[in-house]
Structures are given as structure tokens and as C-alpha cells.
Design a protein around this ligand. Structure first.
Ligand code: XMP
Length: 508
């Protein structure tokens, strides 16, 4: 996608960098995120049509705060500063930044100058999201004030001649009701965007790129059944039919029918699907292990081993991975400045039988991956699946992992999912957990001593925090009654109503 127009988002540590980049893409303009201190030569190489400076947690005048290369203001490229980005622009170009007399947090009534290209088509009073303790006290020479609030005299500023624009509020946040229009105006009224970035165009260009990269060689993909690896398989199949082998490693901790469902989704396609049943081998290595981090480590290690063995015959092939853009950004590979390393990104290991790495999704956000999956014809329920952790039921079966306990959990989890579906209920994540606690019960005339099973269902947008879902009592009744009657080994069902924080989504 190197020949489409591009907006560069320079990150100063604000929590909204991805949101800004996604909002730009929603306006059909490609965006890339780089660290705020990216050298000017690197910025020039990207050849952006505009630059957006994000918010950040520090004061511009504090020692150690992240500063961009000042030369970016000499490139003749339009710049939009947001929050810290605005303060950085003012400070660098000769204005004055100072602590606010009254800090503003939340939705604030903002008066905007509708003659400004940035506020074209927007009412002169509009709510925006403010979150700041510093403000621009004096604008630099050549700038004029284009918005204010009750407590912030400079809520936006611009220098039309040099194409520099800045807002103290967060146009990327939904609480800024016309924020989308502010971003769109910057792209189309200031930067001259033509809207040449769409997923349809992405497919065509990416298919071409894959063909050029791979030639007549073979590609091997570890397919987990998750959205990213499934969409990777689908685009590879479209690009290079009959040159792809997908290896699905069943570690014995999949949900009920999972292997069959993945196989069905890819059967009849022009790719080779290898279903490896490695249940016994994983369970043998996990025997007696109860510590969750040890479980994760063993499952991860064994997975790599099985994959290596199964792919041994494909020496000289490419390895495909479902790496997506947030993985790339977090690992710092987008700009060369490491923000945080990520296990998924980092190229091929030195000792490898593969000749290269194919990562068709590495420029896409998750919502774009789902859109791509739909366009490539994957079933809707498949593309919108809830996340399932790599170690699978291994971290939902508290205590030792045996086939018997995993089967109990699988059956209970299946009933839970089935009854939620029957009731037309869907949550961001929902699953059953088999605890290691047993509890006394009574069945007929006899005393029972069976496991306690917990149900979890949550609402979340980012999986960093969550709230529990209010499943109607009648539905919980039905689920519980079916589980205690139909599933061997469960004697009691409880519903987890803890949020994150303080709890996590998974139990271990
Ligand atoms: P927690 O439990 O940390 O989970 O609140 C946040 C999200 O991450 C998923 N998760 C994992 N995914 N390997 C994964 O691939 C893991 O070990 C793992 N642990 C948690 C979890 O399902 C939730 O969506």
C-alpha cells in the first residue's frame, strides 16, 4: 500500500494514538503511527500528506518530555496538533504554554470559528472532550485563535498560510460530538486527501504483493482458528491457491467441536489443511502441573515443538503469520524506536528452514481484519468470534489438567454457549471455568461431592477493563439446571460478578 496517500501519526505517549489512526482510516486515508521523536529523515521517507501530533502525559517545558524533530515544521506538510501536540507546536514555534488556572476534564461546551477550514460545517458551539492541565497562553506569531471555552481561551489555533492547525480537545474521542468532522476536515480541506484507502483496494494490492514476494514457493501457516490466522489463511488462499498449507495443532484444550468447525471453515478451499491431534502429548507434559504460568509456558513450548516437527517437510517455504498492526506498533517495528517488545513480531529466528515471513495483516487494525474476513467470504459468526486464549481451556480448568476434567469443562461450556445463543444473548467474552474446589450436594438419597463450576460473561471494548454482564435470572436458571443434570462431575454452579479491575477476565 505504498502508493496510497498517508497520514503520519506521531505518538507522544497519549492513550489515543490508535484511536486517531483508526479515525483517519475510517475517512478512507491510510495512517501510520510512529514514535514522537522519529528522526526527520525517516519522516520524509514516509512522504505523508499530513502529520498529526498526538496527546501525551507530560508538560512540554518539563525536562525529559518527548519532543519531535523541530524540522518537521519546515517540511511544508500540514500539521495537526492535538492536546500535548498543540502545546508542543505552540512551544516550538515561539508561543507560551502554561499551567491552567482551571483544568478541564470531560465534555466541555466549545465555541469554534466556523470560518476555519478545520471547523467547516460544524455548529459554532459544540461539545468536545477536554483533558488537560496546561494550555496555550500565547499563540506563536502568525497564528490566530479559532476556538475557546469558558476556562480555556485558546481551545484551537491555526496558521493557515503554513497549514498548521491545533486543538486542545480530543477530536478522536466520541465525546467530541463533531470530532469525526474535525479530522475529516483536516484530511480533505487541508491535506488534500482523495480517499484512496479502502479494504477492497487493500485486498487487490496485498494479493499482488503476496504473489510477488512468494513467487512459486510454498507457504506454511499455523492456523489457530482465531480471527487473525483465519483471515491470513483466507487472503493467502485467494492470492496463491494450492501453495498454502495450514497446520492446526489441537492441544487438547480446545472447546467442544472447535477442531471440526475450523476444519469445516477451510475444507473445500484451495489449500492443504493439516489437523494435528496432539492432545496426549500435551497432557503428558502437563501432568501434575497446577501453576498457571507453568501451564502457559509448557503449552507454548510444546506448541512450537509440534509446529516445528509438522512443518519439517516444508524446508525452503515461507512462514505466514497473522501479525496485526497493534502488535507492530507496540513492538516499535513501525518506527524503529522500541516502545514495548511483542512476542509475535521480530522476524524469523536465525536458525530456520523457512526462507521468509509473510504477514498480510501487518498494517491492519482488528476491525479492518474483520471487515477483510467478511469480504473474503469467511462466515460472519466466524469473523466476529469472541477471543479465545492461546492456552485455551488450559487456563480455565483450575488445578491439574486431565482429560476427564477438561471434558467436564468442555461439556459445561458448550451448554452455556448454546443457551446464551438460544436466548439471543451475546457478550464480548463468555465462558465457563472449572474450579478446583469440590462441594457437597445431594442427588436422590445420596450425598455427592463434585466440582464447583463458574460462569463468566463480560462487557468490554478493549479487554483492559471489563464489567460483568447482567444475564437474566431465567437464563441462568436454565443453564444451571442443564449443566448439573447433564454434565458429569459438576455439583454446583456460580456466576462471577467481579469487574476488571480488580479481577482479570480469565481466572488464571
Ligand atoms: P485477562 O485475564 O488478563 O485477559 O483480563 C485479557 C484478555 O486476554 C486473553 N488472555 C490470553 N490470551 N494467551 C492469550 O492468547 C493467554 O495466555 C491469555 N490470558 C488471557 C483473555 O481471554 C482476555 O480476552
Amino acid at each position: 500500500m505504498s502508493d496510497v496517500q498517508k497520514i503520519l501519526v506521531l505518538d507522544f505517549g497519549g492513550q489515543y494514538k490508535e484511536l486517531i489512526a483508526r479515525k483517519v482510516r475510517a475517512c478512507k486515508v491510510m495512517s501510520v503511527i510512529m514514535s514522537g521523536d522519529t528522526p526527520i529523515e525517516r519522516i520524509k521517507k514516509e512522504n505523508p500528506i499530513g502529520i498529526i501530533l498526538t496527546g501525551g502525559p507530560h508538560s512540554v517545558y518539563k525536562e525529559g518530555s518527548l519532543h519531535a524533530d523541530k524540522d518537521l515544521f519546515n517540511l511544508g506538510i500540514p500539521v495537526l496538533g492535538i492536546c500535548y501536540g498543540m502545546q508542543f507546536m505552540a512551544y516550538t514555534l515561539g508561543g507560551e504554554v502554561s499551567p491552567c488556572a482551571v483544568s478541564e476534564y470531560g465534555k466541555i461546551k466549545t465555541h469554534v470559528c466556523t470560518k476555519s477550514p478545520l471547523f467547516k460545517g460544524i455548529e459554532d458551539v459544540t461539545p468536545t472532550l477536554m483533558n488537560h492541565t496546561d494550555y496555550v497562553k500565547t499563540v506563536p506569531a502568525g497564528f490566530r485563535v479559532t476556538a475557546h471555552t469558558k476556562d480555556c481561551p485558546v481551545a484551537a489555533m491555526e496558521d493557515k498560510d503554513r497549514q498548521f492547525y491545533a486543538v486542545q480537545f480530543h477530536p478522536e474521542a466520541d465525546l467530541s460530538e463533531r470530532g469525526h468532522d474535525v479530522i475529516r476536515n483536516f484530511l480533505y480541506e487541508v491535506c488534500g486527501a482523495v480517499g484512496d484507502y479502502t479494504i477492497d483496494e487493500f485486498i487487490e494490492k496485498e494479493i499482488q504483493r503476496i504473489r510477488e514476494q512468494v513467487g512459486d514457493k510454498h507457504v506454511v501457516l499455523g492456523l489457530s482458528g482465531g480471527v487473525d490466522s483465519s483471515v491470513t489463511a483466507a487472503i493467502l488462499e485467494r492470492a496463491i491457491p494450492d501453495q498454502v498449507t495450514c497446520i492446526f495443532v489441537d492441544h487438547g484444550m480446545m472447546r467442544k467441536n472447535e477442531g471440526k468447525e475450523v476444519e469445516a471453515a477451510f475444507s473445500g478451499k484451495h489449500l492443504k489443511f493439516v489437523h494435528v491431534n496432539a492432545e496426549q502429548r500435551f497432557l503428558a507434559r502437563l501432568k501434575g502441573v497446577t501453576d498457571p504460568e507453568r501451564k502457559r509456558m509448557i503449552i507454548g513450548e510444546e506448541f512450537v515443538r509440534v509446529f516445528e516437527e509438522e512443518s519439517a517437510e516444508y524446508e525452503g517455504s515461507f512462514l505466514a503469520q497473522g501479525t496485526i498492526y497493534p502488535d507492530v506498533v507496540e513492538s516499535g517495528h513501525a518506527s524503529g524506536a522500541v516502545i514495548k517488545s511483542h512476542h509475535n513480531v521480530g522476524g524469523l529466528p536465525k536458525e530456520t528452514k523457512f526462507v521468509g515471513l509473510v504477514e498480510p495483516l501487518r498494517t491492519l487494525f482488528k476491525d479492518e481484519v474483520r471487515e477483510l474476513g467478511m469480504l473474503l467470504g469467511l462466515p460472519e459468526e466466524y469473523v466476529n468470534r469472541q477471543p479465545f486464549p492461546g492456552p485455551g481451556l488450559g487456563v480455565r480448568c483450575i488445578g491439574e489438567l486431565t482429560k476427564e476434567r477438561l471434558d467436564t469443562l468442555r461439556d459445561a461450556d458448550y451448554i452455556y454457549r448454546e443457551e446464551l445463543k438460544n436466548a439471543g444473548l451475546k457478550y464480548d467474552q463468555f465462558f465457563a471455568v472449572l474450579t478446583s474446589m469440590r462441594s457437597v450436594g445431594v442427588k436422590g438419597d445420596g450425598r455427592t461431592y463434585n466440582y464447583v463450576l463458574a460462569l463468566r460473561a463480560i462487557h468490554t471494548t478493549d479487554f483492559m477493563t471489563c464489567e460483568y454482564a447482567h444475564i437474566p435470572y431465567e437464563v441462568l436458571d436454565k443453564i444451571t439446571s442443564r449443566i448439573v443434570n447433564e454434565v458429569k462431575g459438576v455439583g454446583r454452579v456460580v456466576y462471577d460478578i467481579t469487574g476488571k479491575p480488580p479481577a482479570t477476565i480469565e481466572w488464571e
